[in-house]
Design a protein. Structure first.
Length: 313
């Protein structure tokens, strides 16, 4: 146990390790990018101050690594002090119950309106039947009149040479058919030319090559991105996560380094003039980094805290 007093709380252990190295809270904050008030809460074992129990473990790993301790050993030796994820499950369960309650209320309202709806449908059905009955009566009377007109052939005369107008119209039909065939030919030619132009345009093929897979409790994976001149990067979030994005690594922050949820998704990044992107997350399974619509994966699905370093060529 490296001579560690096991009666010492994890916060006190981290604080003594920091002081033994002569580091201030501000220096640890600069190294880990964790706010000073959260570092103070960890040293006092006041984990309820942190943005969520999900991040407590991630922050403690970062703190331990920054002060020269083995993060996994520290986590294992103080496992009983660390919060579990049971509260996260309770939050999800509460949301499900709330959704069920809302659905039940909506069903109750619909059930109350059902008699009124049925009454309106019944009235509409009766009106439709009356209208159909009257319409059928008018049709039967009109049919008798038409029958009498057809049987009274003495007053109807058939004009001579009734077929001549049809003969005169035939050339017009031929002309129309020729014009339509010409138009079809033109449209087919234009359609084929458009297809040829589309085929001639070269399509960009993005390639993401994993050149270095990270290790440890907070691994950093290095990718080379090629085959695209104007990269468009979006980050999709499916759960709660701490997120920090810089371009280049250690440079300008593209977003605020805070906690994000699925309601903030997707996050679009401005990559104008950027050749490198560094992504740090506290919940890798809930984060998808897309470059021009193609996902760049975190290689270690069982580790929450991971980093991506994308080099664009």
């Amino acid at each position: 146990m490296d001579g560690v007093d096991m009666d010492m709380e994890i916060g006190q252990r981290l604080k003594e390790a920091r002081e033994s190295k002569g580091l201030s809270l501000e220096e640890v904050q600069e190294t880990t990018k964790i706010q000073k008030r959260y570092l103070q809460a960890i040293e006092k074992n006041e984990f309820s101050v942190l943005p969520g129990k999900f991040y407590t473990r991630a922050f403690i790993r970062e703190y331990a690594s920054a002060v020269g301790l083995d993060p996994e050993q520290v986590m294992e030796e103080h496992e009983s002090e660390l919060p579990t994820f049971e509260d996260e499950g309770f939050v999800q369960y509460s949301r499900v119950n709330k959704a069920k309650t809302n659905n039940a209320a909506q069903s109750s309202k619909a059930f109350k309106l059902f008699p009124s709806i049925m009454t309106v449908l019944l009235v509409v059905g009766i009106l439709f039947m009356v209208w159909a009955f009257l319409l059928n009566g008018n049709d039967s009377n009109g049919g008798g009149t038409e029958g009498q007109a057809e049987t009274g052939g003495d007053d109807i005369s058939v004009p001579e040479q009734t077929e001549e107008p049809a003969d005169e119209e035939e050339p017009k039909e031929e002309g129309n058919s020729d014009q339509s065939s010409d138009k079809e030919g033109e449209s087919s030619d234009s359609g084929s030319s458009d297809e040829e132009e589309k085929e001639e345009e070269p399509a960009e093929e993005l390639q993401a090559e994993l050149v270095q897979e990270g290790s440890g409790s907070f691994p950093e994976h290095v990718y080379t991105i090629s085959g695209v001149e104007d990269p468009k990067v979006t980050i999709e979030i499916t759960g709660r996560t701490y997120l920090e994005v810089k371009a280049p690594k250690g440079g300008e922050s593209l977003i605020s380094p805070i906690e994000y949820t699925a309601e903030d998704s997707p996050i679009e990044l401005d990559m104008t003039g950027k050749e490198q992107l560094h992504v740090k997350t506290g919940n890798a399974p809930a984060v998808v980094v897309n470059v021009n619509g193609q996902p760049v994966e975190f290689p270690k699905p069982n580790i929450s805290t991971q980093k991506l370093l994308l080099n664009f060529q």
